[in-house]
Design a protein. Structure first.
Length: 542
Protein backbone atom coordinates (compact mmCIF):
# COMPACT_ATOMS: atom_id res chain seq x y z
CA UNK A 1 0.00 0.00 0.00
CA UNK A 2 1.44 3.43 -0.96
CA UNK A 3 2.73 5.45 2.00
CA UNK A 4 0.27 8.31 1.41
CA UNK A 5 -2.73 5.98 1.35
CA UNK A 6 -1.48 4.09 4.40
CA UNK A 7 -1.06 7.34 6.30
CA UNK A 8 -4.59 8.45 5.39
CA UNK A 9 -6.12 5.14 6.49
CA UNK A 10 -4.23 5.21 9.77
CA UNK A 11 -5.39 8.78 10.33
CA UNK A 12 -8.98 7.75 9.65
CA UNK A 13 -8.76 4.87 12.13
CA UNK A 14 -7.23 7.13 14.77
CA UNK A 15 -9.99 9.71 14.32
CA UNK A 16 -12.64 7.00 14.32
CA UNK A 17 -11.30 5.61 17.61
CA UNK A 18 -11.43 9.07 19.18
CA UNK A 19 -15.05 9.50 18.04
CA UNK A 20 -16.10 6.16 19.52
CA UNK A 21 -14.62 7.19 22.87
CA UNK A 22 -17.09 10.09 22.94
CA UNK A 23 -19.65 7.53 24.11
CA UNK A 24 -18.40 8.34 27.60
CA UNK A 25 -19.66 11.91 27.22
CA UNK A 26 -23.27 10.80 27.74
CA UNK A 27 -25.11 9.03 30.54
CA UNK A 28 -27.11 6.91 28.08
CA UNK A 29 -25.50 7.37 24.65
CA UNK A 30 -27.37 6.82 21.37
CA UNK A 31 -27.55 3.28 19.99
CA UNK A 32 -26.65 2.76 16.34
CA UNK A 33 -27.31 -0.42 14.37
CA UNK A 34 -26.74 -1.10 10.67
CA UNK A 35 -30.00 -2.48 9.22
CA UNK A 36 -29.43 -2.60 5.46
CA UNK A 37 -26.41 -2.55 3.19
CA UNK A 38 -26.14 -2.76 -0.61
CA UNK A 39 -25.57 -6.37 -1.67
CA UNK A 40 -25.29 -8.18 -5.01
CA UNK A 41 -28.07 -10.66 -5.93
CA UNK A 42 -27.64 -14.32 -4.96
CA UNK A 43 -25.28 -16.30 -7.19
CA UNK A 44 -22.91 -13.38 -7.84
CA UNK A 45 -19.55 -13.00 -6.16
CA UNK A 46 -19.78 -10.77 -3.08
CA UNK A 47 -18.20 -7.36 -3.60
CA UNK A 48 -17.04 -4.55 -1.34
CA UNK A 49 -17.98 -0.91 -1.61
CA UNK A 50 -14.59 -0.30 -3.23
CA UNK A 51 -15.35 -2.93 -5.88
CA UNK A 52 -18.59 -1.10 -6.64
CA UNK A 53 -16.72 2.20 -6.95
CA UNK A 54 -14.11 0.71 -9.27
CA UNK A 55 -16.50 -1.25 -11.48
CA UNK A 56 -18.83 1.68 -12.07
CA UNK A 57 -15.84 3.89 -12.88
CA UNK A 58 -14.47 1.28 -15.33
CA UNK A 59 -17.88 1.09 -17.03
CA UNK A 60 -17.52 4.70 -18.13
CA UNK A 61 -14.59 3.75 -20.38
CA UNK A 62 -15.23 0.06 -21.12
CA UNK A 63 -16.17 -0.78 -24.70
CA UNK A 64 -18.39 -3.58 -23.43
CA UNK A 65 -19.90 -4.54 -20.07
CA UNK A 66 -17.83 -4.02 -16.92
CA UNK A 67 -18.90 -6.89 -14.69
CA UNK A 68 -19.45 -6.16 -11.03
CA UNK A 69 -16.86 -8.33 -9.34
CA UNK A 70 -14.01 -8.20 -6.81
CA UNK A 71 -11.22 -5.99 -8.18
CA UNK A 72 -8.19 -6.28 -5.85
CA UNK A 73 -5.49 -5.58 -8.46
CA UNK A 74 -3.29 -2.53 -8.18
CA UNK A 75 -4.65 -0.88 -11.34
CA UNK A 76 -8.19 -1.09 -9.94
CA UNK A 77 -7.07 0.33 -6.60
CA UNK A 78 -5.39 3.15 -8.51
CA UNK A 79 -8.72 3.97 -10.18
CA UNK A 80 -10.43 4.13 -6.79
CA UNK A 81 -7.74 6.42 -5.40
CA UNK A 82 -7.52 8.73 -8.40
CA UNK A 83 -11.28 9.25 -8.63
CA UNK A 84 -11.42 9.90 -4.90
CA UNK A 85 -8.66 12.53 -5.06
CA UNK A 86 -10.02 14.22 -8.19
CA UNK A 87 -13.54 14.58 -6.79
CA UNK A 88 -15.13 12.21 -9.33
CA UNK A 89 -17.49 10.93 -6.66
CA UNK A 90 -20.68 9.86 -8.46
CA UNK A 91 -19.37 6.28 -8.36
CA UNK A 92 -19.79 6.52 -4.59
CA UNK A 93 -23.54 7.02 -4.76
CA UNK A 94 -24.39 3.46 -5.83
CA UNK A 95 -23.87 1.80 -2.46
CA UNK A 96 -26.29 2.75 0.32
CA UNK A 97 -26.63 2.00 4.02
CA UNK A 98 -29.56 2.16 6.43
CA UNK A 99 -29.09 2.47 10.17
CA UNK A 100 -31.51 2.38 13.07
CA UNK A 101 -30.62 5.35 15.26
CA UNK A 102 -32.07 5.09 18.75
CA UNK A 103 -31.85 7.74 21.44
CA UNK A 104 -30.32 10.53 19.34
CA UNK A 105 -31.33 14.08 20.24
CA UNK A 106 -33.68 16.17 18.13
CA UNK A 107 -30.89 18.72 18.06
CA UNK A 108 -28.54 16.32 16.27
CA UNK A 109 -31.18 15.40 13.70
CA UNK A 110 -31.87 19.08 12.97
CA UNK A 111 -28.29 20.39 12.98
CA UNK A 112 -26.50 17.56 11.15
CA UNK A 113 -28.50 14.59 9.88
CA UNK A 114 -31.22 16.59 8.11
CA UNK A 115 -29.21 19.73 7.35
CA UNK A 116 -28.48 18.52 3.81
CA UNK A 117 -30.60 17.13 0.95
CA UNK A 118 -28.84 13.79 0.52
CA UNK A 119 -30.54 11.36 2.90
CA UNK A 120 -33.78 9.57 3.63
CA UNK A 121 -35.27 9.30 7.12
CA UNK A 122 -38.41 7.94 8.71
CA UNK A 123 -38.47 9.45 12.19
CA UNK A 124 -40.64 8.85 15.22
CA UNK A 125 -43.09 11.75 15.36
CA UNK A 126 -43.65 13.92 18.40
CA UNK A 127 -47.06 14.68 16.91
CA UNK A 128 -48.25 11.08 16.91
CA UNK A 129 -46.18 9.55 19.73
CA UNK A 130 -46.46 10.77 23.30
CA UNK A 131 -43.14 11.83 24.82
CA UNK A 132 -41.61 9.77 27.60
CA UNK A 133 -40.76 11.49 30.87
CA UNK A 134 -37.01 11.91 31.24
CA UNK A 135 -36.26 10.69 27.72
CA UNK A 136 -33.69 13.35 26.86
CA UNK A 137 -29.95 13.23 26.21
CA UNK A 138 -27.92 13.83 29.39
CA UNK A 139 -24.22 14.77 29.21
CA UNK A 140 -21.76 12.95 31.46
CA UNK A 141 -18.74 14.47 33.16
CA UNK A 142 -20.64 17.27 34.86
CA UNK A 143 -20.06 18.19 38.49
CA UNK A 144 -22.72 17.17 40.99
CA UNK A 145 -24.15 20.70 40.96
CA UNK A 146 -24.09 20.94 37.17
CA UNK A 147 -25.68 17.51 36.76
CA UNK A 148 -28.46 18.48 39.17
CA UNK A 149 -29.18 21.70 37.28
CA UNK A 150 -29.26 19.92 33.91
CA UNK A 151 -31.49 17.06 35.09
CA UNK A 152 -33.88 19.34 36.97
CA UNK A 153 -34.14 21.57 33.89
CA UNK A 154 -34.87 18.65 31.58
CA UNK A 155 -37.35 17.16 34.05
CA UNK A 156 -39.14 20.50 34.40
CA UNK A 157 -39.64 20.77 30.63
CA UNK A 158 -40.87 17.17 30.44
CA UNK A 159 -43.29 17.72 33.33
CA UNK A 160 -44.50 20.94 31.68
CA UNK A 161 -45.27 18.92 28.54
CA UNK A 162 -47.56 16.54 30.42
CA UNK A 163 -49.20 19.39 32.31
CA UNK A 164 -49.83 21.24 29.07
CA UNK A 165 -51.10 18.06 27.43
CA UNK A 166 -53.70 17.71 30.18
CA UNK A 167 -54.80 21.33 29.86
CA UNK A 168 -54.94 21.25 26.05
CA UNK A 169 -57.23 18.29 25.48
CA UNK A 170 -60.54 19.99 26.47
CA UNK A 171 -59.79 23.02 24.27
CA UNK A 172 -58.64 20.85 21.36
CA UNK A 173 -61.77 18.70 21.71
CA UNK A 174 -63.93 21.84 21.57
CA UNK A 175 -62.24 22.99 18.39
CA UNK A 176 -62.33 19.57 16.73
CA UNK A 177 -66.07 19.38 17.48
CA UNK A 178 -66.52 22.64 15.55
CA UNK A 179 -64.48 21.45 12.57
CA UNK A 180 -66.19 18.12 11.88
CA UNK A 181 -69.89 17.63 11.03
CA UNK A 182 -71.90 16.58 14.07
CA UNK A 183 -73.29 13.55 12.26
CA UNK A 184 -69.80 12.09 11.95
CA UNK A 185 -69.45 11.78 15.70
CA UNK A 186 -72.38 9.35 15.70
CA UNK A 187 -70.46 6.88 13.51
CA UNK A 188 -68.37 4.61 15.73
CA UNK A 189 -65.35 4.44 13.44
CA UNK A 190 -65.34 8.21 12.90
CA UNK A 191 -65.74 8.91 16.61
CA UNK A 192 -62.75 6.68 17.39
CA UNK A 193 -60.66 8.47 14.77
CA UNK A 194 -61.60 11.95 16.00
CA UNK A 195 -61.01 11.00 19.63
CA UNK A 196 -57.53 9.79 18.64
CA UNK A 197 -57.04 13.02 16.67
CA UNK A 198 -57.73 15.09 19.79
CA UNK A 199 -54.88 13.37 21.61
CA UNK A 200 -52.50 13.70 18.65
CA UNK A 201 -53.22 17.37 18.11
CA UNK A 202 -52.74 18.02 21.83
CA UNK A 203 -49.34 16.31 21.58
CA UNK A 204 -48.48 18.42 18.54
CA UNK A 205 -49.04 21.62 20.53
CA UNK A 206 -47.62 20.45 23.87
CA UNK A 207 -44.34 19.39 22.25
CA UNK A 208 -43.32 23.05 21.96
CA UNK A 209 -42.10 23.02 25.58
CA UNK A 210 -39.97 19.87 25.17
CA UNK A 211 -36.20 20.41 25.01
CA UNK A 212 -34.33 19.80 21.76
CA UNK A 213 -32.32 17.30 23.82
CA UNK A 214 -35.41 15.06 23.72
CA UNK A 215 -34.52 11.72 22.20
CA UNK A 216 -35.90 10.27 18.99
CA UNK A 217 -35.60 7.08 16.95
CA UNK A 218 -35.30 6.91 13.17
CA UNK A 219 -34.30 4.83 10.18
CA UNK A 220 -31.64 6.79 8.32
CA UNK A 221 -30.34 5.98 4.83
CA UNK A 222 -27.27 7.44 3.15
CA UNK A 223 -25.24 6.72 0.06
CA UNK A 224 -21.58 5.94 0.58
CA UNK A 225 -20.73 9.42 -0.68
CA UNK A 226 -22.81 11.15 1.97
CA UNK A 227 -21.22 9.04 4.69
CA UNK A 228 -17.81 10.12 3.38
CA UNK A 229 -18.95 13.75 3.47
CA UNK A 230 -20.27 13.52 7.02
CA UNK A 231 -17.00 12.06 8.27
CA UNK A 232 -14.92 14.61 6.35
CA UNK A 233 -17.01 17.52 7.73
CA UNK A 234 -17.20 16.21 11.29
CA UNK A 235 -14.69 18.67 12.77
CA UNK A 236 -16.82 21.66 11.80
CA UNK A 237 -17.67 23.73 14.92
CA UNK A 238 -21.40 22.98 14.84
CA UNK A 239 -20.81 19.19 14.88
CA UNK A 240 -21.35 18.29 18.53
CA UNK A 241 -19.71 15.46 20.46
CA UNK A 242 -22.97 13.58 20.00
CA UNK A 243 -22.75 14.07 16.22
CA UNK A 244 -19.16 12.84 16.08
CA UNK A 245 -19.96 9.81 18.19
CA UNK A 246 -22.99 8.90 16.05
CA UNK A 247 -21.02 9.32 12.82
CA UNK A 248 -18.23 7.20 14.27
CA UNK A 249 -20.68 4.45 15.20
CA UNK A 250 -22.28 4.58 11.75
CA UNK A 251 -18.85 4.09 10.15
CA UNK A 252 -17.93 1.33 12.61
CA UNK A 253 -21.14 -0.55 11.86
CA UNK A 254 -20.38 -0.44 8.12
CA UNK A 255 -16.69 -1.32 8.60
CA UNK A 256 -17.63 -4.46 10.53
CA UNK A 257 -19.42 -5.66 7.39
CA UNK A 258 -17.12 -4.12 4.79
CA UNK A 259 -13.66 -2.98 5.88
CA UNK A 260 -12.97 -1.30 2.55
CA UNK A 261 -15.01 1.69 3.72
CA UNK A 262 -12.00 2.70 5.85
CA UNK A 263 -9.92 3.01 2.67
CA UNK A 264 -12.57 5.25 1.14
CA UNK A 265 -12.79 7.71 4.05
CA UNK A 266 -10.60 10.80 4.27
CA UNK A 267 -9.31 12.45 7.44
CA UNK A 268 -11.71 15.21 8.61
CA UNK A 269 -10.74 18.76 7.81
CA UNK A 270 -9.20 20.35 10.93
CA UNK A 271 -11.36 22.53 13.14
CA UNK A 272 -11.17 26.25 12.43
CA UNK A 273 -9.08 28.19 14.91
CA UNK A 274 -11.29 31.29 14.96
CA UNK A 275 -15.01 31.11 15.61
CA UNK A 276 -17.22 32.59 12.92
CA UNK A 277 -19.99 33.33 15.40
CA UNK A 278 -20.23 36.56 17.38
CA UNK A 279 -22.54 36.22 20.35
CA UNK A 280 -22.47 39.93 21.14
CA UNK A 281 -24.22 40.79 17.84
CA UNK A 282 -26.92 38.11 17.77
CA UNK A 283 -29.63 40.34 19.28
CA UNK A 284 -28.94 43.09 16.74
CA UNK A 285 -28.96 40.64 13.84
CA UNK A 286 -32.28 39.13 14.92
CA UNK A 287 -33.83 42.58 15.23
CA UNK A 288 -32.78 43.43 11.66
CA UNK A 289 -34.24 40.17 10.36
CA UNK A 290 -37.53 40.70 12.19
CA UNK A 291 -37.80 44.30 11.07
CA UNK A 292 -37.68 43.10 7.47
CA UNK A 293 -40.43 40.56 8.22
CA UNK A 294 -42.78 43.17 9.63
CA UNK A 295 -45.96 41.40 10.74
CA UNK A 296 -45.21 38.31 8.69
CA UNK A 297 -43.48 35.06 9.49
CA UNK A 298 -42.17 34.84 5.93
CA UNK A 299 -41.53 37.41 3.20
CA UNK A 300 -40.65 37.00 -0.44
CA UNK A 301 -37.12 38.34 -0.43
CA UNK A 302 -35.92 37.60 -3.96
CA UNK A 303 -37.60 36.94 -7.31
CA UNK A 304 -36.22 37.88 -10.75
CA UNK A 305 -37.80 41.01 -12.23
CA UNK A 306 -38.16 39.26 -15.59
CA UNK A 307 -39.49 35.98 -14.16
CA UNK A 308 -42.81 36.17 -16.05
CA UNK A 309 -41.10 36.80 -19.36
CA UNK A 310 -38.49 34.08 -18.80
CA UNK A 311 -41.09 31.50 -17.78
CA UNK A 312 -43.38 32.41 -20.68
CA UNK A 313 -40.49 32.16 -23.15
CA UNK A 314 -39.67 28.71 -21.77
CA UNK A 315 -43.26 27.57 -22.34
CA UNK A 316 -43.23 28.92 -25.89
CA UNK A 317 -39.99 27.08 -26.54
CA UNK A 318 -41.34 23.75 -25.25
CA UNK A 319 -44.61 24.04 -27.19
CA UNK A 320 -42.93 25.29 -30.34
CA UNK A 321 -45.24 28.30 -30.48
CA UNK A 322 -44.29 31.94 -31.12
CA UNK A 323 -45.65 34.63 -28.80
CA UNK A 324 -48.02 35.73 -31.59
CA UNK A 325 -49.89 32.45 -31.12
CA UNK A 326 -49.91 32.38 -27.31
CA UNK A 327 -49.90 35.42 -25.04
CA UNK A 328 -47.71 35.63 -21.95
CA UNK A 329 -50.68 35.24 -19.61
CA UNK A 330 -52.14 32.33 -21.61
CA UNK A 331 -48.80 30.53 -21.69
CA UNK A 332 -48.48 30.81 -17.92
CA UNK A 333 -52.06 29.63 -17.41
CA UNK A 334 -51.38 26.69 -19.75
CA UNK A 335 -48.49 25.76 -17.45
CA UNK A 336 -49.89 26.50 -13.98
CA UNK A 337 -53.65 25.89 -14.20
CA UNK A 338 -54.31 22.32 -12.94
CA UNK A 339 -57.37 22.04 -15.20
CA UNK A 340 -55.02 22.44 -18.18
CA UNK A 341 -51.88 20.75 -16.81
CA UNK A 342 -52.88 17.71 -14.77
CA UNK A 343 -49.31 16.50 -14.25
CA UNK A 344 -49.24 19.16 -11.51
CA UNK A 345 -51.88 17.20 -9.61
CA UNK A 346 -50.41 13.73 -9.78
CA UNK A 347 -49.35 12.36 -6.38
CA UNK A 348 -46.22 10.83 -7.96
CA UNK A 349 -45.05 14.27 -9.12
CA UNK A 350 -44.61 13.02 -12.69
CA UNK A 351 -44.36 16.65 -13.76
CA UNK A 352 -40.66 16.34 -13.00
CA UNK A 353 -40.46 14.27 -16.22
CA UNK A 354 -42.76 16.47 -18.28
CA UNK A 355 -40.96 18.99 -20.55
CA UNK A 356 -43.71 21.59 -20.10
CA UNK A 357 -44.03 21.32 -16.31
CA UNK A 358 -40.26 21.29 -15.90
CA UNK A 359 -40.16 24.86 -17.19
CA UNK A 360 -41.15 25.80 -13.63
CA UNK A 361 -37.53 25.08 -12.77
CA UNK A 362 -36.23 28.12 -14.66
CA UNK A 363 -37.47 30.59 -12.01
CA UNK A 364 -36.14 30.51 -8.45
CA UNK A 365 -37.47 32.49 -5.51
CA UNK A 366 -36.25 33.10 -1.95
CA UNK A 367 -38.05 33.77 1.31
CA UNK A 368 -36.86 35.04 4.68
CA UNK A 369 -38.71 33.05 7.34
CA UNK A 370 -38.96 32.95 11.13
CA UNK A 371 -40.26 29.73 12.66
CA UNK A 372 -39.74 27.48 15.65
CA UNK A 373 -36.98 24.91 15.90
CA UNK A 374 -39.54 22.10 15.64
CA UNK A 375 -41.21 23.66 12.58
CA UNK A 376 -37.80 24.17 10.99
CA UNK A 377 -37.25 20.42 11.41
CA UNK A 378 -40.41 19.94 9.34
CA UNK A 379 -39.29 22.51 6.77
CA UNK A 380 -35.96 20.69 6.37
CA UNK A 381 -37.74 17.64 5.01
CA UNK A 382 -38.40 19.62 1.82
CA UNK A 383 -34.88 19.15 0.56
CA UNK A 384 -35.44 20.89 -2.77
CA UNK A 385 -36.29 24.20 -1.06
CA UNK A 386 -33.26 24.33 1.25
CA UNK A 387 -32.63 27.01 3.81
CA UNK A 388 -29.53 28.59 5.32
CA UNK A 389 -30.10 27.79 9.00
CA UNK A 390 -27.79 29.22 11.67
CA UNK A 391 -26.25 26.84 14.24
CA UNK A 392 -27.50 26.86 17.83
CA UNK A 393 -24.82 29.14 19.17
CA UNK A 394 -25.79 31.78 16.60
CA UNK A 395 -29.48 31.88 17.56
CA UNK A 396 -29.31 32.13 21.35
CA UNK A 397 -28.54 35.49 22.97
CA UNK A 398 -29.91 34.85 26.45
CA UNK A 399 -33.27 36.46 25.64
CA UNK A 400 -36.41 34.26 25.53
CA UNK A 401 -37.39 34.02 21.88
CA UNK A 402 -40.08 31.48 21.11
CA UNK A 403 -43.17 30.73 19.05
CA UNK A 404 -46.61 30.31 20.63
CA UNK A 405 -49.10 27.97 18.89
CA UNK A 406 -52.55 29.20 17.83
CA UNK A 407 -54.59 27.23 20.40
CA UNK A 408 -52.46 28.58 23.22
CA UNK A 409 -52.49 32.18 21.95
CA UNK A 410 -56.29 32.19 21.83
CA UNK A 411 -56.80 30.85 25.37
CA UNK A 412 -55.90 33.21 28.20
CA UNK A 413 -55.42 30.34 30.67
CA UNK A 414 -53.25 28.28 28.34
CA UNK A 415 -51.29 31.35 27.29
CA UNK A 416 -50.49 32.36 30.88
CA UNK A 417 -49.37 28.83 31.77
CA UNK A 418 -47.30 28.48 28.58
CA UNK A 419 -45.52 31.80 29.18
CA UNK A 420 -44.81 30.79 32.76
CA UNK A 421 -43.31 27.52 31.57
CA UNK A 422 -41.19 29.29 28.97
CA UNK A 423 -39.89 31.83 31.49
CA UNK A 424 -38.69 29.00 33.72
CA UNK A 425 -37.20 27.04 30.81
CA UNK A 426 -35.08 30.00 29.66
CA UNK A 427 -34.06 30.81 33.23
CA UNK A 428 -32.89 27.21 33.58
CA UNK A 429 -30.75 27.57 30.47
CA UNK A 430 -29.09 30.65 31.93
CA UNK A 431 -28.50 28.78 35.20
CA UNK A 432 -26.87 25.95 33.27
CA UNK A 433 -24.53 28.35 31.44
CA UNK A 434 -23.68 30.26 34.64
CA UNK A 435 -22.92 26.96 36.39
CA UNK A 436 -20.23 26.26 33.78
CA UNK A 437 -22.04 23.58 31.82
CA UNK A 438 -20.48 23.66 28.33
CA UNK A 439 -22.59 25.84 26.04
CA UNK A 440 -22.97 22.95 23.58
CA UNK A 441 -24.76 20.97 26.29
CA UNK A 442 -26.61 23.85 27.98
CA UNK A 443 -28.27 24.82 24.69
CA UNK A 444 -29.75 21.31 24.42
CA UNK A 445 -32.23 22.61 27.01
CA UNK A 446 -33.67 25.09 24.50
CA UNK A 447 -37.36 24.35 23.84
CA UNK A 448 -38.78 23.15 20.55
CA UNK A 449 -40.48 26.56 20.46
CA UNK A 450 -37.14 28.42 20.11
CA UNK A 451 -37.32 30.69 17.07
CA UNK A 452 -34.99 30.10 14.15
CA UNK A 453 -34.49 32.54 11.27
CA UNK A 454 -33.91 31.04 7.86
CA UNK A 455 -33.39 32.25 4.30
CA UNK A 456 -34.77 29.55 2.01
CA UNK A 457 -34.74 29.20 -1.76
CA UNK A 458 -35.95 26.92 -4.50
CA UNK A 459 -37.41 26.84 -8.00
CA UNK A 460 -41.13 27.13 -8.65
CA UNK A 461 -41.59 23.42 -9.31
CA UNK A 462 -40.25 22.48 -5.88
CA UNK A 463 -42.05 25.29 -4.07
CA UNK A 464 -45.36 24.19 -5.62
CA UNK A 465 -44.70 20.61 -4.52
CA UNK A 466 -44.06 21.83 -0.98
CA UNK A 467 -47.08 24.11 -0.85
CA UNK A 468 -49.43 21.39 -2.10
CA UNK A 469 -48.52 19.38 0.99
CA UNK A 470 -48.33 22.17 3.54
CA UNK A 471 -51.50 24.09 2.60
CA UNK A 472 -53.52 21.04 3.63
CA UNK A 473 -55.37 21.56 6.91
CA UNK A 474 -53.70 18.40 8.20
CA UNK A 475 -50.29 20.04 7.90
CA UNK A 476 -48.59 21.29 11.04
CA UNK A 477 -49.84 24.69 12.10
CA UNK A 478 -46.73 26.81 11.65
CA UNK A 479 -45.72 25.56 8.23
CA UNK A 480 -49.36 25.89 7.12
CA UNK A 481 -49.61 29.58 8.02
CA UNK A 482 -46.14 30.27 6.61
CA UNK A 483 -47.16 28.59 3.34
CA UNK A 484 -50.30 30.75 3.15
CA UNK A 485 -48.17 33.90 3.51
CA UNK A 486 -45.72 32.69 0.88
CA UNK A 487 -48.24 31.79 -1.82
CA UNK A 488 -50.22 35.00 -1.36
CA UNK A 489 -47.04 36.97 -2.01
CA UNK A 490 -46.11 34.88 -5.06
CA UNK A 491 -49.64 35.25 -6.45
CA UNK A 492 -48.98 38.94 -6.95
CA UNK A 493 -46.38 38.03 -9.58
CA UNK A 494 -48.13 34.95 -10.99
CA UNK A 495 -51.94 35.37 -10.71
CA UNK A 496 -52.23 32.58 -13.30
CA UNK A 497 -50.98 30.16 -10.60
CA UNK A 498 -53.90 30.91 -8.27
CA UNK A 499 -55.55 27.48 -8.70
CA UNK A 500 -52.34 25.54 -8.05
CA UNK A 501 -51.47 27.54 -4.94
CA UNK A 502 -54.06 25.67 -2.89
CA UNK A 503 -54.49 22.59 -0.72
CA UNK A 504 -54.60 19.28 -2.64
CA UNK A 505 -58.40 19.13 -2.41
CA UNK A 506 -58.74 22.57 -4.03
CA UNK A 507 -56.33 21.66 -6.81
CA UNK A 508 -58.15 18.36 -7.46
CA UNK A 509 -61.47 20.20 -7.49
CA UNK A 510 -60.15 22.45 -10.28
CA UNK A 511 -58.75 19.46 -12.17
CA UNK A 512 -61.99 17.49 -11.81
CA UNK A 513 -60.34 14.63 -9.90
CA UNK A 514 -62.23 12.62 -7.28
CA UNK A 515 -62.13 12.03 -4.44
CA UNK A 516 -61.29 15.66 -3.82
CA UNK A 517 -59.40 14.85 -0.62
CA UNK A 518 -56.61 12.31 -1.20
CA UNK A 519 -56.45 11.68 2.57
CA UNK A 520 -59.81 9.86 2.45
CA UNK A 521 -60.96 9.16 6.05
CA UNK A 522 -58.24 11.47 7.39
CA UNK A 523 -60.19 14.39 5.88
CA UNK A 524 -59.82 17.60 7.92
CA UNK A 525 -63.61 18.09 8.20
CA UNK A 526 -63.67 21.44 6.40
CA UNK A 527 -64.82 22.24 2.80
CA UNK A 528 -61.42 23.68 1.95
CA UNK A 529 -61.89 22.75 -1.73
CA UNK A 530 -64.49 25.54 -2.01
CA UNK A 531 -62.23 28.29 -0.67
CA UNK A 532 -59.60 30.53 -2.17
CA UNK A 533 -56.33 31.05 -0.32
CA UNK A 534 -57.52 34.25 1.38
CA UNK A 535 -60.03 32.22 3.39
CA UNK A 536 -57.54 29.64 4.62
CA UNK A 537 -56.20 31.39 7.75
CA UNK A 538 -59.58 32.46 9.13
CA UNK A 539 -61.11 28.99 8.97
CA UNK A 540 -58.28 27.05 10.60
CA UNK A 541 -59.16 26.38 14.24
CA UNK A 542 -56.12 24.31 15.18
Amino acid sequence: MPVERLSRTEGVKSCLDSYLLLEKKFIAPPQIQLELISRVPPGIDEVSVRDIVITTAVQCYASGVAKLKPRPDERSISIAESTLKAGHHTTRQHATYTWKLEGVSRSLVHDVLHANPFYNSEQQSQRYVEAMQGNYLVPAGLSEKQGKIFSESGDFANTAYFRLLEMLEPEVERRISQMYPKGGWKVERTEERLTSKIKKLSQEVARYVLPIAQKTTLDHTLSELQLLRLFRASQMPHFSDEARFVIGKMVQEVAEQDGSILEELDIPLPVQEESLFHEEYITQQKAEFDQALGNNQSILSAIPDNSRRVLSASVHNILGLPSSQLTESDSLAHLMDPSKNQSLVDIYEIGIMDPLTSTLRVVSVSYATRLSHTADSQRQRHRRTPGATPPLEAIYDGIPDYMTPLVIRESSQLFATYCEFMTTIYCNIEKAIEAGIPREHALLLLPNAQNVRVVESGDLFDWIHRWKQRLCYLAQEEIFFISVEQVKQLRDTFPEAERILLAPCGIRQTAGIKPRCPEEDRWCGRPVYNWDIDNYPHNRLI
